[in-house]
Write a protein that binds this ligand. Structure first.
Ligand SMILES: [Zn+2]
Length: 275
C-alpha cells in the first residue's frame, strides 16, 4: 500500500459520479459507516467505527491545491479530515487522521472513492513476459481486507543483521505500522527516490533492534535500513506483507496473450479521478 504515499493529485473531470455501490451502510444523505482494519487508540480502547461522507466540490479543491501536490501524505490527511465525520463517535480532526495507521488511511481512501464514485475501478496491468497491457474492471468492494488482531508490531529475524559501531551484531528487528505523520514526514524523500524514501519511512518505524539503545535508533533511523543487506530488506518486505492488516492489493493475473501467470499490485495512483 505504499503506492498511496505517491498519490498524485488527480485531475477531477467533475464530481457527479455513478451511483455508489453498496459498500458501507448508507445513513441518511451522504454518510456511510465503515469499520477500520486497525482502529484508532483512545483513552477508552480502540475505536474502529468511522463515519465518512461523499466527496464534494470542496474536496475537489483540496485535490487541486498546489500546496498539497508536493506532499501526498498531507494531501491524504487533508482529504480524510474533510470527509471523515467521526471515529468512535468522536469528531475526527487532522490530528486524529494523522495518528491513524497508513493501513486505515488507505482503507478510508478506498471507501471514500467507492462511496463517491462507485466501486468499479478500471485497472491496467502489463504482462512482464510479453508486454501485453490488459484492462481489468476491479470492484473495490470485493478487495480482501485483513482485520488486525492483537499486536500490531511486525517482528523480523534478520539473517545478516546490523553491526553497530562496537562491532556487535543485532538481528531481532521489531517494526510498528507507519502512520499519517510518518507519511507526511517522508513524502518528499519518497517522491525524489522511492528507495531512500522507504528507508526513511521504515527507519521511523523501528521499535527495537537487538540491544541497540533507543537514542541510537532515533539518531540513526534510515541509515540502519540503508546498511542492511538486500536479502534482509527482502525479509522485511515479506514479513510486512504477511503481517500487515488492511486491504490486500495483490492481484493474480494470467496474460490472455501469452498465458504467462503473474501477480501485480492494484494500481491506485489515480483512483480518485473520475475518468
Ligand atoms: Zn503476456
Amino acid at each position: 500500500m505504499t503506492d498511496l504515499l505517491n498519490l498524485t493529485p488527480p485531475a477531477l473531470a467533475g464530481i457527479d459520479g455513478p451511483a455508489p455501490a453498496a459498500g458501507g451502510r448508507a445513513r441518511p444523505g451522504r454518510t456511510f459507516e465503515v469499520r477500520l482494519p486497525v482502529g484508532l487508540a483512545g483513552d477508552d480502547g480502540v475505536h474502529r467505527d468511522a463515519v465518512i461522507r461523499k466527496m464534494t466540490g470542496r474536496e475537489e479543491a483540496i485535490l487541486a491545491d498546489r500546496k498539497f501536490q508536493r506532499n501526498g501524505g498531507k494531501l491524504v490527511t487533508e482529504l480524510l479530515a474533510a470527509c471523515t465525520e467521526s471515529i468512535g463517535g468522536q469528531p475526527a480532526d487532522r490530528a486524529a487522521i494523522r495518528a491513524m495507521t497508513s493501513v486505515d488511511r488507505n482503507y478510508l481512501l478506498i471507501r471514500l472513492r467507492a462511496v463517491t464514485f462507485g466501486s468499479e475501478l478500471e485497472a491496467r496491468y502489463t504482462c512482464p513476459a510479453c508486454g501485453h497491457v490488459e484492462l481489468v474492471t476491479e470492484d473495490l468492494d470485493e478487495l480482501p481486507v485483513r482485520q488486525a488482531d492483537g499486536s500490531m508490531d511486525c517482528e523480523v529475524d534478520l539473517l545478516d543483521g546490523y553491526v553497530d559501531r562496537d562491532g556487535e551484531l543485532h538481528t531481532d528487528l521489531r517494526l510498528r505500522l507507519p502512520d499519517g505523520s510518518d507519511e507526511e514526514a517522508v513524502a518528499s524523500q519518497m517522491r525524489d527516490n522511492a528507495s531512500t524514501g522507504k528507508n526513511a519511512l521504515l527507519g521511523r518505524c523501528i521499535v527495537s533492534l537487538g540491544t541497540v539503545p533507543r537514542s541510537r535508533i532515533e539518531a540513526m533511523g534510515s541509515r540502519i535500513l540503508a546498511d542492511l543487506t538486500l536479502g534482509d530488506r527482502r525479509l522485511i518486505d515479506r514479513a510486512l506483507a504477511e503481517a500487515a492488516p488492511g486491504v490486500d492489493l495483490t492481484r493474480n493475473l494470467e496474460c490472455p496473450d501469452c498465458g504467462h501467470g503473474y501477480s501485480a499490485n492494484l494500481d491506485l495512483s489515480n483512483f480518485l479521478s473520475l475518468a
